[in-house]
Design a protein around this ligand. Sequence first.
Ligand code: 6R9
Length: 651
Amino acid sequence: MNAQIDHALEEIRRFRPSPEFAAQAVADESLYESARADRLGFWADQARTLLQWEKPFTRTLDWSNPPFAKWFDDGELNVAVNCLDRHVEAGLGDRVAFYWEGEPGDSRIITYAQLTDEVKRAANALADLGVREGDRVAIYLPMIPEAVVSMLAVARLGAIHSVVFGGFSADSLASRIDDAEASVVITADGGYRKGRVFPLKPVVDEALGKAEGGTVRKVLVVKRGENEVDWNADRDLWWHETVATASNEHEAQAFGAEHPLFILYTSGTTGKPKGILHTSGGYLTQAAFTHRNVFDLHPERDVYWCTADVGWITGHSYVVYGPLANGATQVIYEGTPDTPHPGRWWEIVEKYGVTILYTAPTAIRSFMKLGRQIPHEFNLRTLRLLGSVGEPINPEAWIWYRHVIGGGSIPVVDTWWQTETGAIMISALPGITDLKPGAAQVPVPGIEVAILDDDGTPVHGEGGGLLVITEPWPSMLRGIWGDPERFKETYWEKFGDKYFAGDGARRDEDGDFWLLGRVDDVMNVSGHRLSTAEIESSLVAHPWTAEAAVVGAADETTGQAVVAFVILKQSQAEAASTLEDVSEVLRKHVASQIGAIARPRQVFIVNELPKTRSGKIMRRLLRDLAEGREVGDTTTLADTSIMQVISAQVR
Ligand code: 6R9
């Protein structure tokens, strides 16, 4: 990561928008001007232009009780109607909403009219199962159209969805179900990944055995993997017997703009994931606005593909809500990029004539490793805009993306945002901004950010500091589910009424922002957020472990990788090491407790951990070791010789 940042600091290339692109661009300078002149008026205009309100709002922002914001709060709308019915009513029912590609090669084409029908059926089916306004529904599905249908059906009823990524374990699913007190779970028998069916329903069964709340009454199951599943006749229902037979007539009710839309769990600095809460009107406004302007969306001719799974915020805002509110035509793909061959993504771009591609740096770097001959076998000339999200993109990857995938002259936008921000906050606008490889560049119109030092003093120039958002924004999180204190502590305690993002950043002489990675104990592995504390507590939950420390170490492909240092219990050490490969057992243990994405790259068994006199583990020194560097300053250690002992054990 440091080497990457060094490169970024020396990066001086600039790319002007081409006149042809600029001439047709959706965004124009006037967006910045009107947002600067009247920020709240600007957002009110966007909300009125981009969305359909059943009851128009008269109040734009209520910030009288920070950090609890209310946007457009006397207005009423139905989020699903905004994503579906109004497009059909406008005569766009035959427009393709999704080209869906299954991993084994099966595919489906779904128009806006068909999607609207299916969502109405699902809403009726869920209502029959007792789902009411404000109830929580957990969604644990592969990337199949039913995932999108489920989210929109829940939203249509004014209920709240909590999508749990299909790669999470039964434990992780159980704790999310308990925390949100979900009454219904929507899942599938299984889905396809790397050429095989991975089971989902069995994981739900296990999770419901573990969930302590006992809140789940019904489990709705999509048939996808055709794998064998156990059946609980009192609780389980097949989607094809329930939704497919439900009526496709459903009158949607309007809800207040601040009505909760979804909870999405993300890793923080402590062991327990936080349920980030988003609401309706403000969230949808900013998701739609950024999707249209950052991706230069021309809905009548573009084919847009965001490769994110709906289990992450990128899938919520840029597969479901932003694009559908804008009436976009999209591609979604169920499987992995290299199945059944390493050119699969490029084959999909060619097959559907994708024009806009939005993905993560980690994917770009893995394609770089494989070489340009693979994408070059396919016709990628339909592409006219590329986007990046999830972690800083190193200039080399940016240039490769633009040249090898984009053909050398199309815009690449690097978009900075978070689960908490709900939508893109910092990004170039294509056709307007001169692009700089490696920089997220400028706050989108209507967004105010700053860089502060630890004491809250603005930082100017090269040094860099902490990124804060200085004014409330429409798609901001409204809280942490069930824990208002944690919400205040995590984001608002440090700088008063300014939002502390947890990222380091610097500003260059042109005023452009460069993101420098997390400043807290959150790691970023393949664009996914993982908490050191959560993995440490999983490791110490293993009977062999006495103590554990986890760091995120720079990794060429995944950005960061999880590296763990573990002290075994004396009583267990000998027995454990004669029996099995201890490190391997612990790696598997973490994967089964949290999910495969959390599996450490390495687990080092050591006798000591470096601690300060007050007992704090100095992760910085462990990171030096994990990255193969000279170990830094050890003078604050209680025992300064300890790093030599640990280094010897790690080698
Ligand atoms: C959307 C998403 C958020 C964290 C964020 C930051 C990192 C995301 C980035 C980026 C540099 C970018 N991050 N985009 N860092 N440049 N363009 O990824 O949400 O999963 O909540 O992660 O990801 O560290 O704080 P989320």
